[in-house]
Design a protein around this ligand. Structure first.
Ligand code: BES
Ligand code: MN
Ligand code: MN
Length: 463
């Protein structure tokens, strides 16, 4: 019977070409100008699932963008793997910083990807990564080696907070029932240091508005005599961290679970070069919470970051004015056990408390979600680790990471199943940034590794 390694070599060019076609459709969920393209992408995903051997492929309408569903049943006695991914992408802005147009994929070699990487918005996050699963299924079906049942659920609103997915999952528990959820929407440490993501951070995203006088004022006539909302907002934001870069919101750390020294020592074994990290970002020094390493700061510790700030005059030349309003968008990355709704309330209360007299403050929560951890003694983790051992020749390193996929905790709550995060991207693949790319080697390695997960999981579940 044919081996997946050979199959990948044989079908390499077609695998790349199919992904390139999918990347050409600009499925930007945040911008209504692209709504037709998002819908077209759902159609393309549905066709690809059919071609790979899914039956019962459906484009499930929601209040927002559709969820593409497909399944292939082998036997009711065998376990079921549910693959989740997202076909929507982040906006490509700022467009001028792309070396090639974001929706005209090109393959170019880079230092970390000498075999070439596909440059396009969504290449790594998440079209390239969920498509690995479609191709892995194709292999298992075409060569008659699918060892268990499989379901696919690919959504189109992940980058805007999975607005419709929660209701879909609640209403379709039977249809989505499974033994394990499999997701490729994260990264790994390096090609020579494969890793499996065992933890993700939660998120609370808020927007704040500070209003001073009821209209914009001449900064000479009124300057010095009324609160300038931009000055005030800057001060309020600055006060949210202390001199050790701890967050000052009362109660913010109450539910944080501190890792033991053993766990921290284990984490510190993962390969990491601080100098290379700084060089790659062109910074002289790293920055963050006192008492923690860079890899701890960006994974097991909560954070608060301003994502955007605006107000007043930002056009050409100068205009002497005190704006009536100032705004900021703020994200807080949370660690498992911090409740995002609770944190949103703590933030909101604190931010209003620190506002001086003379301004009004409004806090609008956007979206959020809980963090997640997978235990490494779980059968799904062991099945995945063994798959990496086969294709990389190395035991993968368990890695907590800083990004968020908030819907995973809801999957656990509603469907009662754990998630395994088999990500094949690199942190330097520029997801959400200009020149996003996905290594051809990583793409093919993913396709090669996934079928071993299926056979290991099916085998290990019997025991
Ligand atoms: N795939 C990312 C999350 C990710 C990337 C996790 C790399 C770990 C490593 C996902 O598409 C994403 O961007 N999530 C958002 C949250 C969402 C609610 C908008 C995020 O993390 O900002
Ligand atoms: Mn993603
Ligand atoms: Mn993303």
């Amino acid at each position: 019977m044919q081996n997946i390694g050979e199959y990948v070599v044989q079908h390499r060019d077609r695998f790349i070409k199919e992904l390139v076609e999918l990347l050409k459709i600009p499925s930007v969920s945040a911008d209504p100008a692209f709504s037709q393209d998002v819908m077209d992408t759902a159609q393309a995903v549905a066709r690809s699932l059919e071609q790979a051997g899914c039956t019962a492929v459906e484009i499930c309408e929601t209040q927002g963008y559709p969820i593409v569903y497909g399944e292939r049943k082998v036997s009711a006695d065998l376990p079921t793997v549910l693959v989740y991914g997202h076909y929507d992408v982040q906006p490509p802005d700022p467009i001028d910083l792309w070396d090639s147009p974001p929706f005209e994929p090109v393959i170019k070699a880079t230092e970390l990807h000498p075999e070439g990487a596909i440059f396009a918005r969504g290449a790594c996050d998440d079209k390239g990564q969920f498509y690995m699963h479609v191709k892995a299924l194709e292999f298992m079906v075409k060569t008659d080696q699918l060892p268990c049942n499989v379901k696919f659920m690919i959504e189109g609103e992940e980058e805007v907070g999975s607005r419709s997915l929660a209701a879909f999952v609640e209403e379709n528990q039977e249809k989505l029932s499974n033994d394990i959820i499999l997701i490729s929407d994260t990264g790994m440490i390096a090609k020579e240091a494969p890793s499996i993501t065992t933890g993700l951070r939660g998120l609370s995203y808020v927007e704040v508005e500070v209003t001073g006088p009821n209209r914009d004022l001449h900064s000479g006539l009124y300057g010095g005599a009324v609160a300038n909302p931009i000055n005030i907002l800057a001060k309020m934001i600055a006060s949210l961290h202390d001199e050790n870069n701890h967050i000052t919101i009362p109660g913010f750390y109450d539910e944080v679970i501190e890792l033991s020294q053993e766990e921290r020592a284990e984490m510190a074994k993962a390969p990491f070069e601080l100098e290379a990290y700084k060089d790659e970002l062109d910074i002289e020094a790293v920055y963050g919470e006192k008492g923690y390493t860079t890899n701890e700061r960006n994974s097991i510790r909560p954070t608060l970051d301003v994502n955007g700030i605006w107000g007043g005059y930002i056009g050409e030349g100068a205009k002497t004015v005190i704006a009536s309003k100032a705004y900021a968008k703020i994200s807080m990355r949370l660690v498992p056990n911090q409740d995002w709704e609770e944190i949103t309330t703590l933030f909101s209360t604190h931010f209003k408390n620190i506002a001086p007299e003379g301004v009004k403050v409004k806090v609008t929560p956007h979206h959020g979600g809980q963090g997640y951890v997978t235990p490494i003694d779980y059968v799904g983790y062991r099945a995945a680790a063994k798959a990496y051992e086969t294709t990389f020749g190395k035991t993968p390193i368990p890695q907590r990471t800083g990004g968020s996929i908030p819907i995973i905790s809801l999957f656990e709550k509603e469907l009662g199943s754990k998630t395994i995060l088999m990500g094949f991207g690199l942190d330097t693949d520029a997801i959400h940034s200009p020149n996003e790319h996905f290594g051809v080697w990583n793409y093919l390695k993913g396709i090669e590794t996934i079928p071993y997960f299926y056979s290991n999981f099916t085998e290990m579940s019997k025991q």
